[in-house]
Structure formats: C-alpha cells, structure tokens
Design a protein around this ligand. Structure first.
Ligand SMILES: [Zn+2]
Length: 248
C-alpha cells in the first residue's frame, strides 16, 4: 500500500490549544486520517499534566490515534559541542531543541526510560520514539536497542527497530514540514513542500509533520490542508505504528 502518516510534534499541555486546532483542521480535510501524536512528557521542563490535557489525549486514543515518545524535555542541555559543525547543527538548525543530538548511550537510556515510565503510569501505549528535531546521536541509536519500540524516524527516513538489534538503513520517507520562524521561511516552505509532494509520488510512505507553531499561521494551515487533501486521496492514512506493523 502507498501510505501517509500524519503527525503533530511537541504535544504537551503548553501546546494543547494549537494541537487541538491542527487536529481539527486535519479532521476537516479527511475524518479517516489517524494521527500520530509526538508527546513530550516534560516539555521545556514543565511536568504539569492538567486534566483537560489528559482528557484530550484519551479522546484521541479512543478514536484510533497513536502516541509516540518525542524526547523527555525537548531541550538540548548537553555541554556545547567542540566542533563548529556540531554547534551549527544543534543550535542554528534546531534553536536548542535537539535534546538527543549529543547524548551518550547512558544519558539517552535514562531519558527514554523516564519517558516510558511516564507513559506507563497513565497506561498510555507507546510504540515509537522520535528524537526532537530528528537529531539522534550515536548513543541514542545504541540506547534504542534496550527498548521495545517498533520504530523511529529521522528527517528523511523511517526505521523499524527491534530490541537488541542495530538499526538497518531505513526506508526513505519524505516529510512535509513547514518552517514558521520567519516570513520568508513560511513562503519558501510552501514552495518546497509542493515540490516535495510532486516528487514523492513513487514513495511507499510520505509523512506529514505539523508543529504547534503552524497553528498560528492561517496561510500555512490552508496550504498544508490543500496538500494533505491531495495526498490523502491517493494514499492510506495510517499511524506510524500501523505502518511499522505493515512492514512486519
Ligand atoms: Zn519536536
């Protein structure tokens, strides 16, 4: 099957209103789309879990959406990288949000374990791990071998995981994602996302990744919904876990 996975990044109490707005917009495009919600248990070190957040998450689970672990805090608080490349990659590209960009295996394991524990306390299922800003250090790849996740994703690929096994080379899976940090980026992202969708007709999987900030720009949401409408017409929209299971 040709698949489409639609996700919302950075799901947390602080971003709840934006996440709701995006989920509602997707539902208006196609009510059959099941979302993958990339949940951050302590987003920017905020450990609160208000009842309205729990209610919304459980409503989404009941309709068939999936939750994935998207870091623990989403903040890159590792010591500054010695290399110019490492600094640029971690600070310019991600605005300091690449929590797993530089972690050792032990550090990554501890944060992932804390995240899994947070899900377990609520009896919320979790089958996937997606590193913030898709920046996955070597130590994080190693740590993932100690858990039972079905999959992880990077900017350009979808990776099946198995406990104790090193990652294979991944399945190429283009991702539509908007950059909203400046006016020119918002305009440029529309052009490159349209081009990406046109170039991806043969891809087994196309991903669509919303960020809470997208909800603040009606032009971005309108453009995204139009692209989503096109993609959903020719593909089966499934959660990432369902896609991973379909690969076996
Ligand atoms: Zn994120």
């Amino acid at each position: 099957m040709s698949a489409l996975c639609v996700s919302i990044h950075d799901v947390a109490p602080r971003t709840l209103e934006a996440c709701k707005a995006i989920a509602d917009a997707v539902e208006q495009v196609d009510p059959a789309v099941r979302l993958t919600l990339l949940v951050v248990p302590r987003y920017h070190n905020d450990a609160s879990v208000p009842p309205e957040y729990v209610r919304w998450i459980e409503t989404r689970l009941a309709r068939g959406d999936e939750l994935a672990l998207h870091g623990l805090t989403h903040v890159d608080d590792s010591p500054r990288s010695a290399s110019v490349y490492g600094r640029a990659r971690r600070s310019i590209y991600t605005a300091g949000e690449g929590e797993f960009a530089a972690l050792s295996r032990e550090e990554a394991r501890a944060r992932i374990a804390a995240g899994c524990e947070w899900f377990a306390q609520r009896a919320w299922p979790v089958a996937g791990f997606v590193a913030p800003a898709w920046l996955t250090s070597r130590g994080t790849w190693e740590a993932l071998q100690d858990f039972d996740f079905l999959y992880t994703t990077t900017l350009t690929r979808f990776w099946l995981l198995r406990r104790g096994a090193a990652a294979h080379s991944g399945l190429r899976a283009p991702c539509v994602v908007y950059s909203t940090r400046s006016a020119w980026r918002r305009i440029a992202s529309r052009a490159w996302n349209t081009a990406l969708v046109t170039a991806s007709t043969r891809s087994h999987l196309v991903r669509f990744g919303f960020h809470p900030a997208d909800a603040g720009y009606p032009g971005v949401i309108a453009h995204a919904c139009a692209l989503l409408h096109t993609l959903a017409a020719g593909r089966t929209a499934v959660t990432k876990a369902a896609f991973a299971r379909s690969l076996g």
